[in-house]
Structure formats: structure tokens, C-alpha cells
Design a protein around this ligand. Structure first.
Ligand code: PMP
Length: 370
């Protein structure tokens, strides 16, 4: 939590998002001289021993935090999660007739639109949560129209814009390789990596600053990365070059590494998962107990623990809420540009006190404007 004139500022941005204070302070201390090297991490060669060690430790710490088995490779790529929509398809669907795609919110919808480009593979719509539920619920895995022969089924476990989350892993029968966009929830709860063929996530929510994108991929899937795929988009080439095919996003990787260590010091993913569940349940209770002043119509089992969306009866009141909240140090509470309303992103680095401060403000605002 940052402070201004000694009062706390809590950052509810959906991404780039809040980072732990302790991480930013370490980065500040080390900015000009990393570990006695006399150099800033920002200015040293990515091939230097010092940086290679930073990358290696970041990888190892992520492996430990998520309990990633040895037969999975970890890459820190660039281009954001959006680049993975296509990189993933080019690599994993190569030579396949069909790949399946579940649309459960804004980001998987965009992924679905983009995945078919530059590929011969048919991108089959397995389910559409907008058509089915107006994005107030998620298509249950049992309803997904998937083919075990498909290259993969792609889904997004937490929809940052619509505030929807698959809290239970979808495990439909005859599941093709599961590929998951975990951008806005990775490291927020325990997962079993072996359930997935590939997981990817932009760093700028629960990991670090924007600029690094994490890919966790099962080794055998690298056989699909055909040589015809340009090297820079080819997972196998990146793995062979141990993440040094070209210049990685060195500084974001360094900060991500600090966040991993911070998370270890918090007791790891199991511990933060408990705090995250508590934060989310307090906030949803505050919405549900407001006698309809604050509204979130999402089915309870599909409510995101990371991005809590809500609105009041009208836009003018929403705007006033956001404005007043900001003056109270509750920052970046506006909803996604096309959605309006409010969105409180309560990632790992958001302390419980931040959520409590938001709830206090919500009650106060309702007293004055309800
Ligand atoms: N997927 C999800 C779930 C996201 O939240 C976002 C970004 N908000 C993206 C994909 C796109 O990420 P990027 O901007 O890193 O391309």
C-alpha cells in the first residue's frame, strides 16, 4: 500500500496492478546497484551471469510455488497474454483439423476471435457464456461441445472484465489437452498443473509489471512446434535456448522474481488462497447485504475472487462513487471501459485492510446517497 500525506492508498486496478510494498522497496534499494554488481538490473546484459541467476531463481521459485512437475517447461515471453492467443494456436494446433474454444467472458471471446488467424485449423466454439447466460454464469464443463481429437480446448479460468471464475477445474469427459489463460488468477490459489497441457498468464496482475508473459507447457507438446513457425513464436526454440532466444523482459522478470519470494514469505499459495477467499467473501457479502444499492447478478458459484464487479442503479451514482472513493485513497475502482460500473481487483498483493477500507467506504457512501 502506498501512502499520500500519510493516509494509505489502496490500488484496485485490474492491471497493471498493485504490487507488494516490500517488493517495490527492495527494487528501489537495488535500483542503482544490484547485489554489489554496481549495475542496475535494467541495464545489464540478459546473458550476464547476474541476470541468468535472476532468471533461474525466478523460474525455480515459480516452480516451487505452483508445484510445477519436472516435465513442464517455464518460459518468460513478451507480447502479453494476447500474443499467446495466436502463439498457442500456431504451435499446439499445427497439423490438427480442429481446436476447441470456450467463450466465458471478454478475454476468451477475444481469444476465440483471434485464434483462427494464420492457421488452417478450425477453431470450434465449444460454448458461449454470453449467448447462454449473458455472462452472469459460466458454461459448465459438462456442456462444452468438445472433441477428444481436437488439438486442445482453450478456456480462461478467470474473466477479468466480467468478474467470472471457474472455481472448480472443468474436467469434461474426453477432454482434449487443456489450455488455460490464467492471467488474472495465477498464484491466487492452488492448482494441479498436471491437469493442464499449457497455462499462460500476463504478469501484470498477480505476478509483476507488464512486459513478461509466463508460459508453463508440458514437454511432449513441444513436439507440435513445427519448424515452419517463425522462431520468435516457436515454443520449442525458446525452450532450446533456455528462455534466451532473444532479449527477454529483464526488469519485469526481476520484479516477478521478487514477488515470488514475497509470496513464499507469506506462506505460499495455500496461505494466500485463504486470505483471497476471505477478502472476496467479505466484499460480496457487503454487496449482497446492501438491500440492492450495490448490484452483482453473477451466480454465486461463478463469482470471481480476483475481480469483483458491481454497480448501483445509475451511471451518475457509479461515477460519483468512483470519484469519492479515489479521494479517500481507494484508487482505480472503475469498471472495464465497455462495462462501466465498478470493479475491485483484489489480487494477492491487496491486503485485507484494503478490502475492509473499501467496505467501510461502501457503507458510508450508501448512507449518504442511498
Ligand atoms: N487475458 C486476460 C484474462 C486478461 O485479463 C488480459 C488483460 N487484462 C488479457 C488476456 C490480455 O493481456 P495482455 O494485455 O497482456 O495482452
Amino acid at each position: 500500500m502506498m501512502t499520500t500525506q500519510n493516509s494509505p492508498v489502496y490500488n484496485f486496478s485490474a492491471g497493471p496492478a498493485i504490487l507488494p510494498d516490500a517488493v517495490l522497496r527492495t527494487a528501489q534499494q537495488e535500483l542503482l546497484d544490484y547485489n554489489g554488481s554496481g549495475l542496475s538490473v535494467m541495464t545489464m546484459s540478459h546473458r550476464s551471469d547476474v541476470f541468468m541467476s535472476i532468471l533461474h531463481h525466478a523460474e525455480q521459485d515459480l516452480r516451487q510455488l505452483l508445484n510445477i512437475p519436472d516435465n513442464y517447461k517455464i518460459l518468460f515471453l513478451q507480447g502479453g497474454a494476447s500474443a499467446q492467443f495466436n502463439m498457442m494456436t500456431l504451435n499446439l494446433a499445427h497439423g490438427f483439423k480442429r481446436a476447441d474454444s470456450v467463450v466465458s467472458g471478454n478475454w476468451s471471446r477475444i481469444a476465440h476471435q483471434q485464434m483462427g488467424k494464420l492457421t488452417q485449423t478450425e477453431i470450434h466454439l465449444a460454448a458461449h457464456g454470453g449467448d447462454l447466460f449473458d455472462y452472469q454464469d459460466i458454461p459448465p464443463a459438462a456442456s462444452w461441445d468438445i472433441d477428444p481429437q481436437s488439438a486442445f480446448v482453450h478456456f480462461c479460468s478467470n474473466e477479468t472484465v466480467h468478474g467470472l471464475q471457474y472455481l472448480d477445474l472443468p474436467k469434461p469427459d474426453g477432454l482434449p489437452t487443456l489450455v488455460c489463460d490464467m492471467s488474472s488468477e495465477i498464484l491466487s490459489r492452488q492448482i494441479n498443473v498436471s491437469d493442464y497441457g499449457m497455462i499462460y498468464a500476463g504478469a501484470q496482475k498477480n505476478i509483476g509489471p507488464s512486459g513478461a508473459t509466463i508460459v508453463i507447457i508440458r514437454e511432449d507438446l513441444l513436439d507440435r512446434s513445427d519448424d515452419s513457425i517463425p522462431d520468435v513464436w516457436n515454443y520449442k526454440k525458446h525452450v532450446i535456448k533456455q528462455g534466451m532466444y532473444n532479449t527477454p523482459a529483464t526488469y519485469p522478470i526481476y520484479i516477478s522474481g521478487l514477488v515470488f519470494r514475497w509470496l513464499q514469505a507469506q506462506g505460499g499459495v495455500a496461505q494466500i488462497e485463504k486470505t483471497n477467499a476471505l477478502k472476496a467473501s467479505l466484499l460480496y457479502q457487503a454487496i449482497d447485504n446492501s438491500n440492492g444499492f450495490y448490484i452483482n447478478n453473477i451466480k454465486e458459484h461463478a463469482r470471481s475472487r480476483m475481480n469483483v464487479i458491481f454497480h448501483t442503479a445509475d451511471k451518475a451514482t457509479d461515477d460519483l462513487f468512483i470519484q469519492e472513493a479515489s479521494l479517500r485513497g481507494l484508487s482505480m475502482l472503475n469498471g472495464y471501459k465497455s462495462m462501466g460500473g465498478m470493479r475491485a481487483s483484489i489480487y494477492n498483493a491487496m491486503p485485507l485492510q484494503g478490502v475492509e477500507a473499501l467496505i467501510d467506504f461502501m457503507r458510508d457512501f450508501q448512507r449518504r446517497h442511498g
